[in-house]
Write a protein that binds this ligand. Sequence first.
Ligand SMILES: [Zn+2]
Length: 236
Amino acid sequence: MTNWTAMRERKAEVKGRANEPSAMFTRCRVVGCSRPARAGTGDGLDTRFCRAHADHYARHGSPYRASYGAREINPYRAAALAWLEANQSDTYVANTVDRVATLLRTAGPHVEAFRLRGLSPQERAKAAWARLRRAGIDPRRMVAAWLAVEMIIRDDPQAERKTEFKQVQAAKLIHRMASGTHKRWGEGPTTTELHVYPRPRGRVLRHIGEALEKACELLIEKHRLPALEAPKKDRA
Ligand SMILES: [Zn+2]
């Protein structure tokens, strides 16, 4: 075989491959989105979506459903916490709170914000638990966060019901309970802000949420979640 034919064959092969539907050239999976799919997020979470939808997915746990706002979910958190307090002698409630307390206790040493950078998502998740411990956050508030997410999804007919969405929603709530020092200088357009602990994204949120989900698993299985008693009158 001369070099010439080898070259021609290679050319044909490359051309053939380019005509195949390749994973590199597919469209974003979100219905109605025509952008090409690409390796989206910084932590390489997903390649099925375009940059914008992959980003959304990493941040909210769903490529298209946004996170619940504070005004929507806070009544659920309050109801869940009240329910936990009223039932604190219940075996499953006590056990769940205990599990979360164990998560906090075994999260390892506190990590300074400037040391987070080089850590894996798993290690950053542990650091988040350690931060909650250091801030002295009541583990019942973390259990309440999970219950609140379960409750709001139960009451939302259009909810995203995937576990991953729940994990991210709950993780965002509990991360905010101890997100470090947020400093602000100045006023108006010259305001300088320093957020010491970066908002977690992608895998960090999923690791946090997964651990919380596991801790609450039995409670969810054994108890019917409390109903939200306060009517949503003040919505309008
Ligand atoms: Zn898209």
